[in-house]
Design a protein around this ligand. Structure first.
Ligand code: CA
Length: 225
């Protein structure tokens, strides 16, 4: 799976983001300085780069990466929305940007898109649990040979649960990773989507074969063992 450098000095942003990326299956290295990121950039598939780093301007980090001849995608994180034009206009070498505060789901989508572009996303990778097959590259899901038509949310829910098959995924984690929202917000929508997903998979909520409810805590995709 793809290796990502997260250059962000604000741990309140870096820690949850690194957790989410790790959960997506990426190998994540967090660095709190521009130099720290530059030191390891040769081994990475993508850099998520905060513009406001303590030792150097993120734009200079991007320029240095390009000056070294590295062509990996650079995704800029910036609180300075007014400077986004500068990021792109001055062609510091960034590929895309997300402004803070960002929605986690949106950021993850941008990361996927950038990696897909470079072919580093392991497109074609599949999850197989019981008789369920999840094609991560094509975003298609199958029960046996039957394709299941899922909405984007249902697919992401299935992907996160199936990837963690055999272990519980907390309600908070699902809210963050599928909806990108603050877990303290209403989670009724989570239960609705789980219910729809179960129905499409042909699962029985009273005796679930696939998605077990851990009451008040989360859900577990049964690995069939
Ligand atoms: Ca910062």
């Amino acid at each position: 799976m793809a290796r990502i450098i997260l250059a962000e000095d604000d741990t309140a942003i870096a820690e949850p983001l690194a957790r989410a990326l790790t959960r997506e299956g990426y190998e994540v290295s967090v660095r709190g300085t521009g130099q720290g990121a530059l030191d390891i950039v040769g081994n990475a598939d993508l850099v998520i780069l905060d513009l406001g780093l303590p030792d150097m301007d993120g734009l200079d980090v991007a320029r240095t990466v390009r000056a070294q001849g590295q062509d990996l995608p650079i995704l800029i994180l910036t609180a300075r929305a007014d400077e986004v034009d500068t990021v792109v206009g001055l062609d510091a070498g960034a590929d895309d940007y997300v402004t803070k505060p960002f929605r986690l789901a949106e950021l993850l989508a941008r990361v996927r898109a950038l990696l897909r572009r470079t072919g580093a996303d392991g497109a074609g990778d599949e999850l197989r649990v019981q008789d369920i097959r999840v094609d991560l590259g094509a975003r298609r899901a199958f029960v046996g040979n039957r394709e299941v038509q899922l909405t984007a949310r249902e697919f992401d829910l299935l992907r996160v649960l199936a990837k963690a098959a055999g272990t519980m995924v907390s309600r908070d984690a699902l809210m963050r990773e599928v909806w990108g929202s603050d877990p303290s917000s209403s989670t009724k929508t989570l239960d609705m989507h789980v219910s729809w997903l179960r129905r499409k998979l042909g699962d029985d909520p009273n005796s679930p074969r696939y998605i077990a409810t851990i009451r008040g805590m989360g859900f577990r995709f049964e690995d069939g063992s």
